[in-house]
Design a protein around this ligand. Structure first.
Ligand code: BGC
Length: 376
C-alpha cells in the first residue's frame, strides 16, 4: 500500500472510530474491514453507483473506490447499471432503503435523478456526483471531477500544435465528434475543444467535408454519439467516409472526445484502407483505455487525455470521510457547475495529455498499467 493510501486509510479509520453507531446494512457487498474490531466497521454504508461495466474506466473507478472505502472500515454497495437509467434509479432506491451515509453517483442521465435523490435528502443522506454532474435538483451536495472544459481544450490545442495551424498551415480536413447528449460532461468537452478549433474552421484552415459542423458550442449535440457507443461512432465515421470522401479525398484529423469513440473511428479508418505511416489521420481521445493506449503505440491514435482515476477516487474517499466526520468538505471550485438549481461545490482535478512518447513515463511508471498490460 502506498504511503498516500496508508495515510488516507488511517484518516478514514479514525473517522469511523469517532462516528460510532452500527454499520448500516445487510447489503450486497460486505467489506472485510482492514482494521479489526467493531469500531472499525462503524463507518457505515457507502453506496457507489457506476454507469456501466462496458467501459474500462468505470470498472477501474468502481474497484478503486470500493477498495479504499472497504480498507477504511466502511461497508460498500457497488452497483453498475448497464447504461440503463431506470436500472440506476432502482439501484439507488435500494441503496437508500439501506440508509447509507453517503451516495457516490456517476450518473447515466444527469437530469433523471431528481425524484430518487429527493428520497435520499429526506433521510439526510449526502450525495456526491462523481465525474458527471447531476442536474436539475438541489439534492446533490458535492461534485468531484476532472476539469472537463480543460479536457477539450487539451484535445483542441494538441490538434492546433501538431498540424501547425497557428503558423498558418492548412487547410486540413476535419471530422468532429462529441459525446453522449445526455452526459453533462460531453458539452464541456466539446466547448473546450471547439473554442480552440472554431477560429480555424472560420478562417478555412480546417474544413469539414461532411458538413457536420456545429455552428456554435451550443449545437454540439448535432455531432453527439448516444451512450458513447463505439459501434455508433464506427458507423457514423463509415457514413461520413462513404458519402463525403470520394475521389481520393482524405480525412486529416478527427476530433474524438474520448477513447470509446476513438476506437470505433479507428476501426472505420482501418476498414476504409487508411494506413499508419502514410495517410492515417490524427485522432484524439480521452481516458487512456488499454486498447487505445495499444493503438497509440501502433500509431493509430495520436493522443489521449489521461485522467488518473485513482486520484479522483482518493479525493472522493476524503470527501466521504469529511462528510462522515461533520468536517468542512474540501472543494476548489464554487462557480462553474450550475446544475440548473444550484451551483454545486466542486473539486476539479487536472487532466493531462499522453502521447506515444510518454506512455511509459506517465502510465507505466505511475503504476496505472504494467508494461505487460501494454505489450511493452
Ligand atoms: C467521462 C469520460 C468517459 C465518458 C464515457 C464521461 O462522463 O468523463 O471519462 O470517457 O463519460 O463513459
Amino acid at each position: 500500500m502506498s504511503l498516500k493510501k496508508t495515510k488516507l486509510v488511517a484518516a478514514i479509520a479514525g473517522a469511523a472510530l469517532l462516528v460510532g453507531g452500527l454499520a448500516a446494512c445487510s447489503s450486497t457487498k460486505t467489506a472485510t474491514p482492514a482494521a479489526t474490531g467493531s469500531a472499525a466497521s462503524a463507518g457505515g454504508l457507502i453506496g457507489i453507483a457506476m454507469p456501466t461495466k462496458s467501459l474500462q474506466r468505470w470498472n477501474n473507478d468502481g474497484a478503486h473506490l470500493d477498495e479504499l472505502l472497504k480498507a477504511a472500515g466502511y461497508t460498500t454497495s457497488l452497483q453498475y447499471a448497464d447504461n440503463k437509467v431506470d436500472q440506476q434509479i432502482t439501484q439507488l432506491q435500494n441503496m437508500i432503503n439501506q440508509n447509507p451515509k453517503v451516495l457516490i453517483i456517476a450518473s447515466i442521465d444527469g437530469t433523471a435523478l431528481g425524484p430518487v435523490l429527493a428520497t435520499a435528502k429526506a433521510k439526510n443522506i449526502k450525495v456526491i456526483a462523481y465525474d458527471r454532474l447531476i442536474n436539475g435538483t438541489k439534492d446533490v451536495d458535492y461534485y468531484a471531477t476532472f476539469d472537463n472544459y480543460k479536457v477539450g481544450q487539451l484535445q483542441g490545442q494538441y490538434i492546433v500544435d501538431t498540424l501547425g495551424l497557428a503558423a498558418g498551415k492548412g487547410p486540413f480536413n476535419l471530422e468532429p465528434f462529441a459525446g453522449s447528449p445526455d452526459d453533462n460532461n460531453a458539452k464541456f468537452f466539446f466547448a473546450g475543444a471547439w473554442d480552440v478549433l472554431k477560429p480555424y474552421v472560420d478562417s478555412g484552415k480546417l474544413v469539414v467535408p461532411s458538413g457536420k459542423v456545429p455552428a456554435s458550442d451550443a449545437e454540439w449535440t448535432k455531432v453527439g454519439i448516444q451512450g458513447w457507443a463505439t459501434a455508433t461512432a464506427q458507423s457514423e465515421m463509415d457514413n461520413r467516409l462513404n458519402s463525403f470522401y470520394t475521389g481520393g479525398k482524405k480525412v486529416d484529423v478527427v476530433l474524438s472526445p474520448n477513447d470509446s469513440l476513438a476506437l470505433g473511428i479507428e476501426q472505420s479508418l482501418d476498414s476504409h484502407g487508411y494506413k499508419v505511416g502514410s495517410d492515417w489521420p490524427l485522432v484524439t481521445g480521452q481516458d487512456a483505455d488499454q486498447a487505445n493506449v495499444k493503438n497509440m503505440l501502433a500509431g493509430m491514435q495520436a493522443m489521449t487525455v489521461w485522467k488518473d482515476t485513482r486520484t479522483l477516487g482518493d479525493q472522493v474517499a476524503k470527501m466521504v470521510d469529511q462528510i462522515v466526520k461533520g468536517q468542512t468538505v474540501t472543494v476548489n471550485d464554487t462557480k462553474t457547475y450550475n446544475n440548473g438549481k444550484i451551483v454545486v461545490p466542486s473539486f476539479l482535478l487536472p487532466p493531462q495529455v499522453v502521447t506515444k512518447a510518454d506512455v511509459k513515463t506517465a502510465l507505466v511508471d505511475s503504476g496505472f498499467y504494467t508494461a505487460s498490460d501494454l505489450g511493452l
